[in-house]
Design a protein. Structure first.
Length: 99
């Protein structure tokens, strides 16, 4: 038990492209990268981190070198042990996990 309470709120399927912050950020990153060869992860991270705008938007980026195992299976027992509280509005997308 960690004592953490985690609230998860997903955008409905197909709507992330309308996320205003993401849209604003991605367009400037795209302009900054345009025409440059993306030869390595380091180059991509540096180009993303060099993105700024005249109005003060500044991007911070760093590589994530963590190891994330694939193929892990979550059992029905694992899921049943989670204390998930669905929110009243779209509980399938928005919920709180209590430990």
């Amino acid at each position: 038990m960690t004592g953490l309470t985690i609230t998860v709120c997903h955008l409905p399927p197909g709507t992330s492209k309308w996320n205003k912050i993401e849209h604003r950020l991605f367009s400037y990153i795209t302009m900054n990268i345009r025409g440059r060869p993306l030869e390595s992860q380091e180059v991509v991270v540096q180009l993303i981190a060099a993105t700024t705008t005249k109005t003060g938007l500044r991007v911070e980026a760093q590589p994530d070198d963590g190891a994330y195992p694939t193929g892990l299976k979550v059992t029905d027992e694992d899921m049943a042990s989670l204390k998930i509280e669905p929110h009243t509005f779209h509980g399938e997308w928005n919920y709180t996990l209590n430990s």
